[in-house]
Design a protein around this ligand. Structure first.
Ligand SMILES: Nc1nc2c(ncn2[C@@H]2O[C@H](COP(=O)(O)OP(=O)(O)OP(=O)(O)O)[C@@H](O)[C@H]2O)c(=O)[nH]1
Ligand SMILES: [Mg+2]
Length: 353
């Protein structure tokens, strides 16, 4: 079997966490699986792929292009995994993933007829996004969420650990009623719950290859995408004496970025802060909005002396301003923690430019 599925969903909905959990679970119980991390950035290794590697998940990365437009490269990655005995490969998609059915599912079927078996097009959503939709909100985020869900073959409500079982069922019923073409599964990727149902849905299901009524020219949707700025930095940080708490250091940077963006009236749907020691110990901190608490996703197990750091941000903020905020936060935190830093790579670009 050469099964392939795309995981779409809003920034921070848990695609990477779910792909990592599923890949491990599926490999343990159903057959070998792998994941592809698809993010934008020129020739760099981004946080999600590094996280998958540090977590021991079979994975690869496509960074220079969206899988919508590089079918040959995607096919190479898929064939390598299938050649290694994988039955299932899942990939995420950068930006908001809107249009993936046409560009990836039908596109791959046209480029490589009959070669890959398409599993249901899977869209992840988290409870607070369902709440936003239920409120009838018409802001950018709600428009993007609706455009994503209309395309879905399978909706996965993630982060169910954050709500009660009754609420989860209520949300499922609402999603089912509003998107009757799909199945709706409940999972908690972080707690590795609901993965059997998800495995079976991907293993046994096939993509509908529908052509939903999707207005890709929707100006508001395009404008919303254009407002997003991506930031990437990779550097090395070494303490001058003794050791330091790598997790607290990442958290300190996140708090500074959060405060500065909030003060400027900007938003940050997802800031990822990942750092690791040469022996493999690592820490990860996430920020999912200026109004939400900084989350410690994984703590370093030991005190740090020298770490490699990758920070990725998606923000609704002009590129120059985001660059300034991020650079200042890194400099200030590094000073407080008495770290000498050496920057290897930095990129900041607006998706609309
Ligand atoms: N409580 C809870 N948190 C989760 C769950 N899944 C993911 N998260 C957290 O949500 C945040 C974002 O998760 P990611 O997997 O990075 O989300 P993503 O969709 O890949 O984000 P982008 O790559 O920015 O699009 C991280 O802090 C995760 O730890 C879950 O099931 N429950
Ligand atoms: Mg991700």
């Amino acid at each position: 079997m050469k099964k392939f599925a795309v995981f779409s969903g809003f920034l921070g909905s848990g695609k990477t966490t779910a792909m990592m959990a599923l890949t491990k679970y599926y490999t343990d119980r159903h057959g070998k699986a792998a994941m592809i991390s698809n993010d934008l950035g020129a020739g760099v290794t981004l946080a999600d792929y590094r996280l998958a590697k540090l977590s021991g998940v079979l994975s690869s990365e496509i960074t220079d292009e969206c899988i919508c437009f590089c079918h040959g490269v995607l096919a190479e990655h898929l064939n390598r995994f299938y050649g290694e005995g994988c039955d299932l490969v899942v990939s995420d998609i950068p930006g908001f993933g809107v249009g993936a059915l046409e560009h990836v599912y039908r596109g791959m079927s046209r480029s490589f007829p009959g070669e890959f078996e398409m599993a249901p097009f899977t869209v992840l959503i988290e409870p607070r996004s369902v709440e936003l939709l239920r409120s009838g909100n018409d802001a950018d985020t709600a428009r993007i969420l609706r455009a994503q869900l209309v395309e879905a073959d399978l909706i996965v409500l993630n982060k169910c650990d954050l709500i009660s079982a009754d609420e989860a069922e209520e949300y499922r019923a609402w999603l089912k009623e509003n998107y009757p073409q799909t199945d709706v599964l409940l999972i908690s990727a972080a707690r590795e719950e609901g993965l059997e149902e998800l495995s079976l849905a991907l293993k046994n299901g096939t993509a509908s290859m529908r052509e939903p009524d999707l207005d890709l020219e929707d100006k508001a949707l395009g404008d919303a995408m254009d407002r997003l700025t991506e930031y990437y930095i990779q550097y090395h940080a070494e303490v001058c004496c003794n050791t330091f708490d790598g997790t607290d250091y990442l958290k300190d940077i996140a708090l500074r970025v959060q405060a500065a963006l909030k003060e400027g009236g900007f938003e940050v749907p997802h800031l990822k802060l990942l750092a690791w020691e040469p022996e493999g110990d690592f820490g990860k901190v996430d920020l999912l909005g200026t109004d939400r608490p900084v989350e410690i996703t994984r703590r370093f197990e030991r005190p740090c002396t020298g770490i490699a750091v990758v920070l990725n941000a998606n923000a609704v903020c002009p590129a120059a301003e985001l660059d300034r905020v991020m650079t200042q936060a890194v400099e200030e935190s590094s000073k407080v923690y008495q770290l000498e830093i050496k920057i290897f790579k930095k990129q900041c670009f607006n998706l609309g430019e």
